[in-house]
Write a protein of this length. Structure first.
Ligand SMILES: Cc1cc2nc3c(=O)[nH]c(=O)nc-3n(C[C@H](O)[C@H](O)[C@H](O)COP(=O)(O)OP(=O)(O)OC[C@H]3O[C@@H](n4cnc5c(N)ncnc54)[C@H](O)[C@@H]3O)c2cc1C
Ligand code: SF4
Length: 333
C-alpha cells in the first residue's frame, strides 16, 4: 500500500474544498473520501486505488435517518448498512431495502459499510483487482481479459466491448426499484441525481462509473413516500447462502388491485453493469393478472437484450427464474 495523507475535516464544506482539488472523482482519483473503508482500504492494499489523500467523513453530521414532510425518507450518507436495515421505518415501509441490505456481506461488514460507500462499491471482477493483469476499467486502453477469460460472475446486460464487469451491490438494486434520489454537494453547489442516472454504462470509458465530479460529496439519499399497499421482496441467488455476491437478484415493488397488477417497479442485480432497472418487465406486468404465466413473461422481457459471455450464459435462465419467483413471493406474501 502506498503512503497517503489522512485528513479529518470539521464540516462538509471543508471536505468538499479538499476533494475538489482532485483531477477526477473516478478511477485513479488522487483524493478520496473514506467512510467505512470496506471497499476503499481493500483496494488500496491491492494498489488498485492509490490516493495521495484520504478525507475521513465519519465525523460529518450525515448519519441520520429522518422522515420527510412529504412522507418520504432521508438517509444520511454515513448511515451504516446495519442501522438502515434494522430501522423500523425501513422494515415497515421499504422492506425490499432492508432485505437487500441484510443479504449483503456479513454482520461485521454491514456494521462498517455506509449508504454512500455502498453506492460507490467497485466491481469484483478478478482482473480489476489484480494489478498484474490488463483492465480497461483500472487502466484505460489496456484491454479486457475477462471477455475471453474468466467471466462466470460477470454481466449479461449493459456490457460493451470494453468492459463486462458486474455492479455487485445489493442495496443499489433495492434503491433502483424504490426510485431513490441521490443528493450531492459539490464545488458548484448541490444537486439531486435520480438513481437511474447515477451509475454509468461502461461504453468506451469503463473507468468512469458514476456522474460524480471532483469534490462531490454524497450527503444523503431520499426515498419517495411508500406506495400504499405495495408488496416488496428482494431475492438473491448466489453460490453459497451467506458472505457471497449475487449471481442474480431481483427487487420487486408491486401493487395488486382486483387480481391485476396496478403498479410494478422491478430491478435486477448480479446481471448488469449497473444496478438494472427493468422497464420491460414493468410494462409486461401492469394491467395483467398476477399469475405465474405473466410473471414468466415479465422475466422473459427483462432478459430480452441479455448478451451472454463464454461462461455466464446460465445467468439468463437463472435471472428469469429469480424474478419470476420474487414476483410469486411478493404476491403471495
Ligand atoms: C468481503 C466482502 C463481502 C461483501 N459482500 C457484499 C455483498 O454481498 N453485497 C453487497 O452489496 N456488498 C458487499 N460488499 C461490499 C460492501 O457493501 C461495501 O464495501 C460497502 O458498502 C462500502 O461502504 P464503505 O462505507 O465501507 O465505503 P468506503 O470503502 O469507505 O468507500 C467506498 C467508495 O465510496 C466513496 N465514498 C464514501 N462515502 C462517500 C460520500 N459520502 N461521498 C462521495 N464518495 C464517498 C469513497 O471515496 C470510495 O471511493 C462486500 C465487501 C466485502 C469486503
Ligand atoms: S470486465 Fe471490466 S473490470 Fe473486468 S477486466 Fe474487463 S475491463 Fe476490467
Amino acid at each position: 500500500m502506498r503512503t497517503f495523507e489522512f485528513v479529518r475535516p470539521e464540516n462538509p464544506a471543508a471536505a468538499i474544498a479538499t476533494a475538489a482539488k482532485a483531477k477526477t472523482a473516478q478511477q485513479g482519483a488522487d483524493v478520496r473520501f473514506v467512510a467505512g473503508g470496506t471497499t476503499l482500504i481493500d483496494l488500496m492494499k491491492l494498489n488498485v486505488e492509490t490516493p495521495a489523500r484520504l478525507i475521513d467523513i465519519n465525523r460529518l453530521p450525515l448519519d441520520k435517518v429522518e422522515a420527510m414532510p412529504d412522507g418520504g425518507l432521508k438517509i444520511g450518507a454515513t448511515v451504516r448498512n446495519s442501522d438502515l436495515a434494522h430501522h423500523p421505518t425501513v422494515q415497515r415501509d421499504y422492506a425490499v431495502l432492508s432485505q437487500a441490505l441484510l443479504s449483503g456481506a456479513t454482520a461485521q461488514l454491514r456494521n462498517m459499510a455506509t449508504t454512500a460507500g455502498n453506492l460507490l462499491q467497485r466491481t469484483r471482477c478478478m482482473y480489476f483487482r489484480d494489478t498484474a493483469m490488463p483492465c480497461n476499467k483500472r487502466e484505460p486502453g489496456t484491454g479486457c481479459p475477462a471477455i475471453t477469460g474468466s467471466n462466470r460472475t460477470l454481466a449479461i446486460l449493459g456490457t460493451s466491448e470494453h468492459c463486462i464487469a458486474t455492479n455487485p451491490s445489493d442495496m443499489c438494486v433495492a434503491m433502483a426499484a424504490l426510485e431513490a434520489t441521490i443528493h450531492v454537494q459539490g464545488a458548484k453547489g448541490s444537486r439531486a441525481i435520480p438513481f437511474g442516472d447515477f451509475h454509468l454504462l461502461p461504453g468506451s470509458t469503463p473507468n468512469r462509473e458514476t456522474s460524480l465530479e471532483p469534490g462531490d460529496l454524497i450527503t444523503h439519499v431520499t426515498l419517495p413516500r411508500p406506495r400504499a399497499g405495495s408488496k416488496q421482496v428482494y431475492l438473491k441467488l448466489r453460490d453459497r447462502a451467506s458472505y457471497e455476491f449475487a449471481l442474480a437478484s431481483a427487487a420487486v415493488v408491486i401493487t395488486i388491485a382486483g387480481g391485476k397488477v396496478a403498479q410494478a417497479r422491478i430491478a435486477l442485480g448480479g446481471v448488469g453493469t449497473k444496478p438494472w432497472r427493468s422497464p420491460e418487465a414493468e410494462a409486461a406486468l401492469v394491467g395483467k393478472s398476477a399469475d405465474a404465466a405473466n410473471f414468466r413473461k415479465a422475466a422473459e422481457a427483462a432478459m430480452r437484450n441479455a448478451k451472454p459471455q463464454s461462461e455466464n450464459g446460465f445467468k439468463i435462465e437463472l435471472a428469469k427464474r429469480c424474478l419470476a419467483h420474487a414476483l410469486q413471493m411478493a404476491t403471495t406474501a
